[in-house]
Design a protein around this ligand. Structure first.
Ligand SMILES: NC(=O)c1ccc[n+]([C@@H]2O[C@H](COP(=O)([O-])OP(=O)(O)OC[C@H]3O[C@@H](n4cnc5c(N)ncnc54)[C@H](O)[C@@H]3O)[C@@H](O)[C@H]2O)c1
Length: 285
């Protein structure tokens, strides 16, 4: 899809970060927008900004984990605009907790939002994308859908699953000759509110983790991330990596195969807040 003018684009998690940046750039390109988020204040601010740019917008509070609501929402959007061309399953949350200490309910929450939220959005909108004759589905995974790190098993599980789901679907669309392109996006560290909005298992110094992320790991702006995603959409790419960190670490993982795990374990231990000497308790209060 090279020209987004007049196309209808759906963005979940549009109230902040990458979702908002996508909304603004799509508005500048002349797209019509269906924006949703469970954070109604953030959503209202994005709506205000896209309307200022003259975009036609439908907005609705939506929790992507609420499957039935997502299906009703997809039909509502299709009815409102008459067509759906682009869907960005972007809503997501971050979480830190080692397997030993992570309550399973926390794990389930991450899977519910970061994986099932993407599946819900995909299943609900896919018939509309096929019917459009010119559809593009974009699912946001992560660099952590390409390689794992300690303390991120829940997030890694969800984001690896998004990648498998999305890559399989892309091949299904190709095999069935459906007019739907499918892209899986793997951002590295992006300067958004994700770490500040994140949660952690009991005992973790969540604030220190967020500060560390903002200071040392988030290098790319959400605007640059959105530009790269839309470039990938224009080129019908199957996989889009965002940031030097994502490209370098993806290469590192492919070159070293499972060898990356020992090195990453050591580096994480040295680099995370609190330093090596505090061992496993380094990020716990
Ligand atoms: N920021 C990064 O470094 C980074 C890196 C890799 C991947 N990602 C992914 O990019 C996507 C966007 O994240 P971001 O960095 O812009 O974060 P963000 O926190 O700025 O924005 C995420 C948005 O999703 C919304 N959201 C959360 N749970 C929701 C739910 N259940 N239903 C509906 N909306 C919900 C939040 O309210 C928020 O507005 C996420 O999927 C995230 O995992 C981000």
């Amino acid at each position: 899809m090279t020209d987004i003018k007049g196309k209808v684009a759906v963005i979940t998690g549009a109230g902040s970060g990458i979702g908002r940046a996508l909304a603004l750039q799509l508005a500048d390109g002349g797209a019509r927008l269906a924006l949703s988020d469970m954070d109604t204040l953030g959503l209202a601010e994005t709506v205000r900004q896209v309307e200022q740019r003259g975009a036609q917008v439908h907005s609705q509070a939506l929790d992507v984990t609420q499957r039935e609501e997502v299906f009703v929402y997809a039909d509502t959007v299709a009815e409102h605009f008459g067509v759906v061309n682009l869907v960005f399953n972007n809503a997501g949350i971050a979480y830190t907790g080692e397997v030993e200490v992570m309550p399973l309910k926390d794990f389930e929450r991450v899977m519910d939002v970061d994986f099932w939220g993407v599946v819900n959005g995909t299943k609900a909108f896919l018939p509309h994308l096929i019917a459009s004759g010119d559809g593009h589905l974009v699912n946001i995974s992560s660099l952590f859908g390409l390689l794992a790190i300690p303390g991120q098993s829940a997030y890694n599980s969800a984001k690896f699953a998004v990648r498998g789901f999305t890559e399989s679907l892309r091949m299904e669309m190709l095999a069935a000759k459906h007019p739907v392109e499918v892209t899986c996006v793997h951002p590295g560290g992006i300067k958004t509110a994700i770490a500040r909005n994140s949660t952690a298992a009991d005992g973790y110094a969540q604030q220190d983790l967020a500060t560390f992320f903002d200071k040392y790991l988030a290098h790319t702006s959400p605007e640059a991330a959105a530009r790269r995603i839309l470039k990938g959409v224009a080129a019908d790419r199957g996989r889009v990596l965002i940031g030097l960190d994502a490209r370098a670490l993806d290469l590192f993982q492919r070159v070293t195969a499972s060898g990356y795990q020992r090195i990453t374990s050591l580096v994480t231990d040295l680099a995370m807040p609190g330093g090596k000497d505090k061992g496993k308790d380094r990020v716990r209060s």
